[in-house]
Design a protein. Structure first.
Length: 256
């Protein structure tokens, strides 16, 4: 039966966080899994954004309750963030994709055993879409996703990368949107109406790009800015409502 029904009728199990590391020369990527059993292969893979202060623990408030309902999850710190450390300079969007692929392989996710869902924020939304063809998740949850042009894909982070972003006014060629156009799973977009970082046209572009998706849902958070997760963690009722919305999406994806 659908997992959402199980979550409502059976006691929730305690989900535990288990740290892991993955080699990604010359770095070691640090991350965590949330699950009720040590042998669980994650059903969810979470990707954080590009803000200097962000890390994979920002999503614990969602990953922990979802894991307690049976959807084990994994997340990690990209190079230049959190416990992984190192410098953002020299990394790139393409390198972040390679980091995510290394973590996915480490936790047992691959085309023959794909994740049920990818969950991603801001810059991570671009990376998640670039992984759609490879990992083939049935569901995709994007929080205020950013978009980039092909010119930015391999450009090292730093002043030149920032200049490319400032000069970009048309995202029609965004690789994330091209990949999303081929996606046949379920898409959930979450964004704040007062986001000063991601233009509304970019958020709308994500929804419009998903022409082949099985479903497209949009959650707008009135008066909320780009720091969605910080706001949600300070608003337990809103966070619980969103967690339930995601649980319903995952249950529907499992039935597909």
């Amino acid at each position: 039966m659908a997992k959402i029904a199980d979550a409502r009728t059976e006691p929730k199990q305690e989900a535990l966080r288990r740290p892991f590391t993955v080699a990604h020369a010359p770095h070691r990527l640090h991350g965590s899994t949330w699950s009720t059993t040590t042998a669980a292969v994650p059903r969810l893979l979470s990707l954080h954004g590009g803000g200097a202060a962000t890390d994979h623990r920002r999503m614990d408030y969602l990953l922990q309750p979802l894991a307690s309902q049976g959807w084990a999850g994994a997340a990690f710190d990209c190079v230049g963030h959190g416990a992984t450390g190192g410098s953002l300079l020299g990394s790139s969007l393409a390198d972040r994709q390679a980091q995510a692929q290394a973590v996915a392989a480490h936790v047992g996710l691959h085309p023959a055993h794909p994740p049920l869902a990818l969950m991603a924020s801001s810059m991570g939304g671009h990376t998640a879409c670039q992984l759609l063809d490879t990992l083939q998740p049935r569901a995709l949850v994007l929080f205020c996703p950013a978009a980039y042009t092909p010119a930015a894909e391999h450009q090292p982070f730093g002043p030149a990368f920032q200049q490319t972003l400032r000069a970009t006014t048309d995202f029609a060629s965004a690789p994330a949107w091209s990949a999303l156009g081929r996606y046949r799973g379920r898409l959930l977009l979450v964004w704040g109406t007062e986001d000063a970082v991601i233009p509304p046209a970019v958020i709308q572009g994500y929804g419009q790009a998903a022409v082949a998706a099985r479903s497209v849902e949009v959650v707008k958070l009135p008066g909320v800015g780009h720091a969605l997760h910080a706001w949600l963690q300070a608003q337990p009722a809103a966070a619980q409502a969103l967690q339930q919305r995601i649980a319903s999406l995952l249950a529907a994806a499992e039935r597909d």
